[in-house]
Design a protein around this ligand. Structure first.
Ligand SMILES: Nc1ncnc2c1ncn2[C@@H]1O[C@H](COP(=O)(O)OP(=O)(O)OP(=O)(O)O)[C@@H](O)[C@H]1O
Length: 545
């Protein structure tokens, strides 16, 4: 029997070239060869394949191979008993560690073991088949088929992440297009692609949703950082940090999406700075105070009734922004918030009431021009605008691009995702229309240095948290009405002194509520007095201006 007979026994023979070609055994055998020559060629191929396979294993998995080879060597030298005892001892120590210090065990050993185990049992064995089934392979040559290579597996318990190296001819978009079938194949609710470097990306496979449960109100920070305010959690469990300094924020979400919790969490994260006078908040609640009235004591100015009053507040905010801008001219471009030059945050809940849905077109134009002034000129002089909308369309917010930071909560349609987070965000996984109605406060954001949107959930300060915040951190100016302490004095004190002064002010006979809230006329008068006083006090020490 010659190899021409063999040819028909082995798959993928190529009769036209009269050679034996198989995808697994790329061996050319002429039909004139004898059986002996064919077997010899096959044996030579087997030895070469075995050696190169072993070398590849050692190079690709050096730690695992080192451990396996060491174990085999030990068994060879001393027999089975001692290595078995050693393995039992190690397992027992790990168990004791786990019981005694679960946190450190998990961090240093548990998760590493889990990642290693998953690589070898769950992902590596089926990876080639999975890639082929999802058409994620490339063929650099006729015989060779390649797919994204798993470089590392990391598991946090809630998610498995696979670091992949793309093959020539592949792009992150190829995997992004397959995330839904991949999620089904891997038994995950959500699979996402995260590019880290050219040709390298993480495939995040969610195993457990860390954002499924309501996140209780976060503790009020001792020293808030305006560049990193913690307002919730990202879906990998890390804190969701929001930058307010040098940006403007647009929060878009359908009705009941939980925009209120984003606003309340921001106020909570800012509270000590508000109470010390380093941050001033001017707030507008066109829904008659449904969201912001309970925390009105935190606001330097607040309006929730007449549209005129609200439009005036915004116009004033634009005016003070421009005035500060003029005053700061020539004093450097970096704004440093201080009691003398506080950072100003303007909040407008449900902005559409003031603009698109506003029947008085003159007022609507005033509002539009105020917003555009604040957004275009506010960054340098320390003014930021935080606007919440239900409908992010061009008709409602024609100048969306003036808001560098955008948060998309649950939305009605996929097209709205692009309106908020920019083109391609939906394709990269920001499926805001799929956020369940019960997952209030959940949404997607773009974070610095990340191409793909990140799923986040805002913490939820309940009514008691809101009431406690309003009582504990009133703005100096708002507090001054019921405070025996002059607001200007309070505002120049360190925070600790200020808090005790304020605590003392809100006794049972000076209830928080209307007593802590100033009407506009009173506020204007108080503001003028406050400013005069400040200028007098700080004219020598104000190094920021
Ligand atoms: N982060 C959150 N976690 C859990 N529940 C929340 C969260 N945010 C809001 N909720 C709940 O969801 C409901 C709707 O919240 P909210 O009023 O903030 O929505 P909204 O987007 O402002 O709606 P609308 O635009 O209609 O006022 C409320 O009952 C609130 O208790």
């Amino acid at each position: 029997m010659t190899s021409s007979h063999l040819r028909f026994l082995l798959a993928d023979a190529d009769p036209a070239r009269r050679v034996l070609v198989s995808r697994r055994v790329p061996l050319a055998v002429s039909s004139d060869d004898t059986i002996g020559q064919t077997l010899w060629a096959l044996a030579g191929w087997a030895v070469r394949a075995g050696l190169s396979g072993a070398l590849r294993l050692v190079l690709r998995f050096p730690r695992t191979m080192f451990a396996v080879l060491s174990a085999l060597l030990l068994v060879d030298r001393v027999g089975w008993v001692l290595p078995l005892l050693l393995a039992c001892l190690l397992a027992l120590s790990a168990l004791v560690w786990r019981l005694a210090h679960p946190g450190s065990y998990r961090l240093w050993l548990g998760l590493r073991l889990r990642s290693w185990w998953l690589r070898w049992t769950r992902y590596s064995p089926r990876w080639g088949r999975l890639m082929r089934a999802h058409a994620l392979t490339v063929k650099p040559t006729e015989e060779v088929e390649a797919w994204p290579r798993i470089l590392r597996v990391r598991s946090t318990g809630a998610a498995d992440s696979l670091l992949l190296r793309l093959r020539d001819g592949q792009a992150p978009e190829d995997l992004e297009a397959k995330v839904i079938p991949l999620a089904h194949a891997l038994g995950s609710e959500d699979v996402r692609v995260r590019t880290v470097a050219p040709g390298r990306l993480w495939l995040d496979i969610r195993r457990r949703d860390l954002l499924a449960a309501t996140i209780p109100a976060l503790p009020v920070p001792a020293a808030p950082d305006l560049s990193r305010l913690e307002i919730g959690r990202c879906d990998d469990g890390s804190p969701w940090l929001l930058r307010l300094l040098g940006t403007h924020v647009l929060v878009a979400g359908a009705t009941d999406a939980g925009k209120g919790s984003v606003l309340q969490s921001i106020l909570r994260a800012l509270a000590p700075l508000i109470a010390s006078g380093v941050v001033e908040v001017w707030a507008i609640d066109p829904k008659g105070g449904m969201e912001l009235y309970p925390v009105r004591s935190l606001f330097t100015r607040y309006a929730d009734e007449s549209t005129k009053e609200m439009a005036d507040l915004l116009t004033d905010f634009a005016r003070v922004t421009r005035e500060r801008s003029t005053a700061l001219k020539g004093h450097g471009r970096k704004f440093t918030p201080s009691v003398a030059t506080p950072f100003r945050l303007g909040i407008v809940d449900e902005f559409a009431f003031l603009s698109a849905y506003q029947p008085d077109h003159t007022l609507a134009r005033e509002v539009d021009s105020a917003v555009q002034i604040i957004c275009s000129q506010g960054r340098a002089p320390g003014s930021a605008l935080l606007v919440a909308v239900q409908d992010p369309s061009k008709e409602v917010v024609p100048y969306r691009q003036l808001f560098p930071t955008r948060i998309a909560l649950r939305l009605d349609e996929p097209t709205q995702v692009g309106m908020v987070l920019g083109p391609g965000a939906w394709e990269r996984g920001a499926r805001c229309e799929e956020i369940p109605t019960w997952a209030h406060g959940t949404g997607y954001v773009k974070l610095d240095g990340r191409r793909e949107p990140v799923r986040v959930r805002a913490a939820y300060p309940d009514d008691d948290d809101v009431a406690a915040l309003a009582a504990g951190y009133p703005a100096p100016l708002a507090a001054s009405r019921s405070l025996p302490v002059a607001s200007s004095v309070a505002a120049t004190r360190p925070l600790a002194d200020l808090s005790s002064a304020i605590d003392g002010a809100f006794t049972s006979d000076t209830p928080l509520g209307d007593g802590a809230y100033l009407g506009d006329d009173e506020l204007d008068a108080a503001w003028a007095e406050f400013s005069r006083d400040f200028q007098r006090r700080n004219q020598t020490s104000n190094s920021d201006l």
